[in-house]
Design a protein. Structure first.
Length: 236
């Protein structure tokens, strides 16, 4: 089976190379790039700034995929991925795209009704919103235990956007990336001394790293996080 999969990958790479040679797309800003992203980064950062990519390279069509887990460039499910954890094996090239921070947030409505927590132990008396533990696809998403190993969510979802919506509607306190929480002016930071640090990694199959359309999307992502860092989103 392993040998069969290796052979299938070789065939796939040969097909890509042949198609690029025939169409000339290998060295042109044209074609489709399937980009695998986390839901939060896709919604709050990439989608909001996608017009700049369209203006720069209008003939590149981006297919943005958000799933519980990332499409795997090594299996050619996607040309490009931005991942929460750097892959340690496979024919991949990976490098850090950006660091980012997460913090605790609640709505003004929630804080008006409930006492504001002054210390980590106070969180045990509050309604916490988070991921469903059994459906966490990456250990880096286990935020609450990182704050205190006794904290568990009362309300939970596999979707960071659903968690944000629940927080916004005043249902409880959640851990949100600052590029979500800080942008929502209806939310208030809770215990700002608590800052969880994470990184995004841009990952591409080594055989596609030199393809112009793929390279251009990587360059655009680099520019995007740099521009966001200098404006309203905390990346470093």
């Amino acid at each position: 089976m392993v040998e069969f999969l290796k052979h299938a990958e070789e065939v796939g790479r040969s097909v890509i190379a042949a198609a690029s040679a025939l169409t000339g797309k290998h060295n042109r800003f044209v074609g489709t790039v399937r980009l695998s992203l986390s839901e939060g980064f896709a919604t709050w950062v990439v989608a909001k700034h996608l017009q700049s990519s369209r203006s720069l390279h209008p003939e590149i069509n981006l297919e943005i995929v958000t799933t519980n887990g990332f499409l795997n460039p090594s299996k050619q499910e996607a040309e490009l991925a931005v991942m929460l954890v750097r892959p340690v094996k496979g024919p991949l090239i990976a490098r850090k795209l950006a660091n980012y921070a997460l913090g605790l947030y609640a709505s003004g409505e929630y804080l008006h009704i409930h006492s504001q927590p002054k210390a980590v132990d106070d969180l045990k008396q509050h309604i916490l919103i988070g991921y469903i533990p059994d459906f966490i696809y990456a250990e880096d998403l286990r935020y609450l235990p990182e704050i205190n190993d006794s904290l568990v969510p009362t309300l939970s979802s596999t979707s960071i956007n659903v968690q944000h919506a629940m927080t916004q509607s005043g249902l409880g306190i959640s851990v949100l990336p600052n590029f979500i929480g800080a942008l929502d002016k209806t939310l208030r930071p809770i215990l700002p001394v608590i800052q969880i640090r994470r990184s995004f990694w841009v990952v591409v199959h080594r055989d596609l790293a030199g393809v112009t359309r793929v390279r251009s999307v990587i360059d655009w992502l680099d520019t995007l996080v740099q521009e966001c860092s200098s404006s309203y989103v905390v990346f470093d």
